[in-house]
Design a protein around this ligand. Sequence first.
Ligand code: SF4
Ligand code: SF4
Length: 248
Amino acid sequence: MPIHEKSLIRPENLITNDSLVIDGVDVSGHWSTFIKSRTITDYNEAMEDEISALPGGENIHRCWQCGSCTNACTVNAVNPDFNPRYWIYLIRQGLEEELLRDKDIIWQCVSCNKCTYACPRDVVPEGVMKATAHWLELKGHTPKSPSTHFDEGFTESILATGKIEEGRVLRTFFQRTGQPLNQPWLVALVGGLVKRFPLGYLIRMGWSTVFRPRTSNWSRTGRAIEEYVSERRAEQAKALGLDTEGGH
Ligand code: SF4
Ligand code: SF4
């Protein structure tokens, strides 16, 4: 039987007989490729529950492995190793070590959601990819991705003032990801804004950046949201068996 998705099998686990005749039939080469049998003992039986405890991973149990997600995937079209169906299979089986082999490419999901529209089981594979990338970070398998740094800076800004402070969010993002602030595209953007916007508006923008005005009566709302966020993080940390709240 031909082996589909041969790329998913480690070369050391494949056996090929260059010259093999069975009952007078020449089955050399490709026709005598076998997968070595092996015993797996290091299952992480909690893995599916851990991923489904994170935002986006809730429906992973619904997957029936049809492969429509991988077929439709934007990233898979340029990198066949990016395989949402396969990763969902590994997670549901608890094959953590196998999943970790791909830990450095899972974050590459571009959130186009083509998989989500193709999925007949409402798994929301895009969400599962996000939850898996987040799980890898929380478990310490990968460093925080730039997108996590951005999300954290964005959330902190909202919690502090009840407003989206683009300038502060960008500054925080560049600081945390070790990038200089004088990005050519940003310089061009600011230059364009200065030319187009009325002076009064620019002064108000500058004033807001320095004095950080808050939404009126924000304290109570901000505290309630903060409480909710830390409750959710504590629940997630518990589901993942982490010591620290939220693992951050
Ligand atoms: S959302 Fe991510 S996993 Fe889904 S098709 Fe797009 S790149 Fe692929
Ligand atoms: S399309 Fe949906 S059901 Fe099919 S393999 Fe992907 S996630 Fe699973």
